[in-house]
Write a protein that binds this ligand. Structure first.
Ligand SMILES: Nc1ncnc2c1ncn2[C@@H]1O[C@H](COP(=O)(O)OP(=O)(O)O)[C@@H](O)[C@H]1O
Ligand SMILES: [Mg+2]
Length: 294
């Protein structure tokens, strides 16, 4: 009897160990470059890490790889090394402030459409074997509607669109939302109004985007937060530190921290689609489908 009970305990324990844990996957994107995506990604991630979450930040902007630069980190290897089998995922991950983990940008991500079956399986295994526990995966994407941007975004559970109060930023954000909705089935977007003078201007900016999306699209738009233009954020960039860490009482830091609290409250998908290996699977599938339609 004892052995049987013991065996059952062991089996339950093993199941618990091997059961993939749900992870919140958030893609940060924008229509136009230079609106603050990387700063939003980095500071949200650091703020979430500061409040005790296990956060993995993936730099998916290949053109301007700057998560590592913004955090003053040195990346020696990247996902391409994981794909070709020369490094494990653990070996390429670098540590940032408050225990944040970072996957540096790499051309390996762009190459996902060309992965063969073995590499494909290898990459999924690399993620599923990750010994770090992850609560939240934040992806800093490139700007625009190129394939590498939309594949990440459609594979994520939450899409954050960063805008600032400039006509080009607004029209490009609308174009991005339209493409993600019509071509990729994304229907819910969380908007961050960045570099505005104050909350009022931020709300007005959100209102402008809402007016056009409500009129022409079937999407749900939520205002995630308003981040003021803040010299302290620039100073933090100069110092290669996250503003939430370097100047925690600055206006930008306070806004970003309150956004991180909202993000923390978003429910996490508990079904099988909500685990990191499923995300990677979806990511590869999306890039391969995209490739096939070319
Ligand atoms: N809230 C803000 N206040 C002041 N400057 C900002 C703010 N957000 C971004 N910036 C500035 O804008 C520049 C571009 O930001 P970044 O996060 O790199 O944009 P993206 O990733 O969208 O290209 C940064 O160098 C930063 O100095
Ligand atoms: Mg960027």
């Amino acid at each position: 009897m004892l052995t049987k009970a013991h065996n059952m305990d062991q089996a339950a324990g093993l199941r618990r160990l091997t059961r993939p844990r749900p992870v919140k996957v958030i893609a940060v994107t924008s229509g136009k470059g230079g609106v603050g995506k990387t700063n939003v990604s980095v500071n949200l991630s650091v703020a979430l890490a500061q409040s005790g979450r296990d956060v993995l930040l993936m730099d998916a902007d290949l053109g301007l790889a700057n998560v590592d630069v913004l955090l003053g980190l040195r990346a020696r290897h990247n996902l391409a090394d994981v794909v070709d089998g020369s490094r494990s995922l653990e070996e390429i991950i670098i540590s940032g402030p408050a225990g944040l983990k970072v996957i540096p940008a790499s051309s390996g991500v762009q190459g996902m459409a060309e992965l063969n079956a073995l590499e494909h399986a290898g990459l999924i295994r690399a993620f599923s074997e990750l010994s770090h526990h992850i609560d939240i995966l934040v992806i800093d994407t490139a700007a625009g509607i190129a394939d590498n941007v939309t594949t990440f975004t459609r594979a994520a559970q939450e899409v954050v669109v960063v805008v600032c109060d400039e006509p080009t930023s607004i029209t490009d954000a609308y174009a991005l939302i339209k493409v993600l909705n019509k071509d990729h089935g994304v229907y819910r977007f969380r908007v961050v109004c960045n570099m505005v003078q104050g909350v009022q201007e931020g709300r007005e900016l959100f209102g402008k985007i809402l007016a056009v999306t409500d009129r022409y699209l079937e999407v749900q738009l939520d205002l995630l937060g308003v981040v003021p233009f803040d010299e302290y954020l620039r100073k933090a960039v100069q110092k290669q530190r996250a503003v939430v860490e370097a100047y925690p009482r600055s206006k930008a830091a306070l806004a970003l921290k309150s956004m991180s609290q909202k993000v923390d409250k978003w429910p996490v998908q508990g079904n099988p689609g909500g685990h990191v290996e499923f995300f990677v699977e979806r990511l590869i599938q999306a890039s391969q489908e995209m490739e096939a339609t070319l």
